[in-house]
Design a protein around this ligand. Structure first.
Ligand SMILES: Cc1cc2nc3c(=O)[nH]c(=O)nc-3n(C[C@H](O)[C@H](O)[C@H](O)COP(=O)(O)OP(=O)(O)OC[C@H]3O[C@@H](n4cnc5c(N)ncnc54)[C@H](O)[C@@H]3O)c2cc1C
Length: 328
């Protein structure tokens, strides 16, 4: 029998993270070649609602590991649970999002399962023999490297968020297996408190639209211009490192090499020069619009559309136009 494809879901604020459903899309593509059973797993505490939602998106079963001991993320406890899931359910492929949790968990489970590991995967394809062919950007995104994972019984991958479509509901409800597991050992490191740094806006790595600003905004207050445009478009606000270093925005909004890697459908860069360290965080955006008063700014080389002009004049006009167009 073909080995199963195990998608490790993530919960944020009680709901499923979009990366979970993106993982299911990748799982379906793999299953169409390997005929493997798609299993979706959630580890947490009090997660009935999230498991019920997950059951509607194409997995044949949802594995719910639910215990107060898993309320806060613990590398050791989650690793143990996922490794046990992968072993007991005979997973050939384990899929996670390339999120903070996925980045932490994937290597830990891969080493225990003696698995092949590919992180930050932007393309994935199952070959006829079941081994995965994946694309992973290297040299800060200047090159895409293609790898074939092989000679291992288990393959673990983390998928870059926002590149794969989220799996839609399939009109069925999968069986939910509730597993009354507990960590077998006390954790050596414990998360005492998780403090949210973002201000209620859509998580940057999951936003479909991002309006980003640079040093040229000149103050934290002036970012209100971008907040308004982002709000009209239903997007999130990002920033260059220069804007973050100047204290205009929190680091959680920084896009780039030392910030977040984002893949929105639309990225509007306002007064951002386009340094390589910024580009590496946003150049896979589907459509890039640059507003810059310097016609020679490097950002224009990466932009699909460019406006040469003063952002303090251009952005309010864009906001007004979108308000009218969208009836807001
Ligand atoms: C190791 C390392 C890691 C780094 N990591 C990151 C990272 O993660 N993210 C990141 O962004 N950077 C990063 N940087 C910094 C990066 O090299 C740049 O310094 C930074 O991106 C510049 O930010 P900026 O475009 O806002 O500012 P600037 O380079 O100062 O550019 C400002 C731009 O705004 C334009 N402008 C000015 N006024 C207006 C106006 N009124 N209207 C329209 N346009 C205007 C100017 O023409 C200019 O192009 C890193 C650097 C290093 C060395």
């Amino acid at each position: 029998m073909a080995k199963s494809i195990l998608v490790i879901g993530e919960i944020k604020g009680g709901g499923l993270r979009k990366t979970t459903l993106e993982g299911l899309t990748a799982a379906r593509a793999i299953a169409s070649v390997t005929q493997g059973d798609i299993l979706a797993a959630l580890v947490g505490s009090g997660i009935d609602a999230a498991a019920a939602t997950l059951a509607k998106h194409g997995a044949s079963a949802v594995l719910q590991v639910d215990d107060p001991a898993y309320e806060k993320y613990s590398s050791e406890a989650y690793t143990e649970a996922v490794v046990r899931l992968a072993r007991e359910r005979e997973a050939g492929v384990v899929i996670l999002g390339d999120t903070s949790l996925g980045k932490d968990l994937a290597p830990a489970i891969a080493v225990r399962l003696d698995a092949a590991l590919a992180t930050d995967v932007v393309q994935i394809e199952a070959q006829a023999d079941g081994f995965l062919k994946v694309v992973h950007p290297i040299y800060t995104g200047k090159l895409n490297a293609e790898y074939v994972l092989q000679k291992k019984a288990v393959q673990v991958v983390t998928l870059r968020p926002n590149l794969f479509a989220a799996a839609a509901e399939d009109g069925k409800t999968a069986r939910i297996d509730k597993l009354a597991w507990k960590p077998t050992k006390p954790a050596r490191a414990v998360v005492r408190e998780a403090v949210a740094t973002s201000t209620g806006q859509v998580e940057l790595t999951e936003a479909a639209i991002i309006v980003s600003g640079g040093r040229s905004l000149k103050s934290a207050e002036n970012f209100a211009l971008l907040d308004e445009l982002a709000q009209v478009l239903g997007g999130a606000v990002g920033a260059s490192r220069a804007a973050v270093d100047a204290g205009y925005q929190p680091h959680s909004r920084q896009v780039g090499q030392t910030g977040k890697v984002v893949n929105p459908s639309l990225y509007i860069a306002c007064g951002i020069s386009g340094a390589i360290q910024h580009l590496v965080g946003m150049r896979t955006s589907k459509v890039i619009v640059a507003i810059n008063k310097d016609a020679n700014a490097p950002i224009f080389q990466s932009a699909d559309y460019g406006v040469v002009g003063d952002l303090f004049e251009v952005v309010p006009v864009l906001t007004q136009e979108f308000k009218q167009l969208l009836g807001k």
